[in-house]
Design a protein. Structure first.
Length: 176
């Protein structure tokens, strides 16, 4: 991966806190079905569990975010458990969202650059995530492919209503 793109003018990367959950919920829910609809209280808990909760702020409004977890988090997710059981130390991206109006401006790549840097600093071998295969999300699969992610598994989740590709990308060999 090449170096991260500069953030567009007026956009800054900042840590998220559970207090941001109410502002994140509409942004999160607008990205359905790529990410699950999540109540603010559940988002607040996920932010608190995250080793790397980052938001993209434009003029006081959140326009994107990433929530990434380290191994050993108390998180009951089928996909997170897959990577825990796989046994490769990784930073797991539970969700990454960029508002529709900001897509294509390099913000997703900038969020992932921060994730890879944090994974490198913590000594993790990989960054991991999942992308929906059914319902299909070909744009996200292509985006992750450009970042070097490869499929390491596939599973049905949410009682068989969703099928995901489980993806991993190596941390080594990346420039920040």
């Amino acid at each position: 991966m090449t170096s991260a793109p500069a953030l567009p003018a007026g956009v800054r990367l900042r840590p998220l806190t559970p207090a941001d959950a109410h502002a994140l919920a509409p942004l999160n829910d607008a990205a359905t079905p790529a990410v699950p609809i999540t109540a603010p209280d559940d988002l607040a808990r996920l932010i608190a569990l995250s080793a790397l909760p980052l938001g993209l702020d434009r003029a006081g409004r959140l326009v994107g975010f990433v929530l990434a977890l380290e191994p050993g988090a108390d998180y009951d997710s089928e996909n997170y458990r897959f990577f825990e059981e796989r046994g490769v130390p990784s930073m797991y991206v539970d969700r990454i969202v960029v508002s529709e109006s900001e897509r294509g401006s390099g913000l997703g790549q900038a969020l992932y650059a921060a994730v890879f840097e944090a994974a490198r600093e913590r000594g993790f071998a990989e960054v991991t995530c999942e992308v929906n295969l059914d319902p299909p999300n070909p744009g996200s699969l292509a985006f992750h492919g450009r970042l070097g992610f490869q499929q390491v598994g596939e599973q049905a989740t949410k009682g068989g209503t969703v099928t995901v590709a489980l993806l991993a990308a190596p941390v080594s060999g990346r420039s920040s």
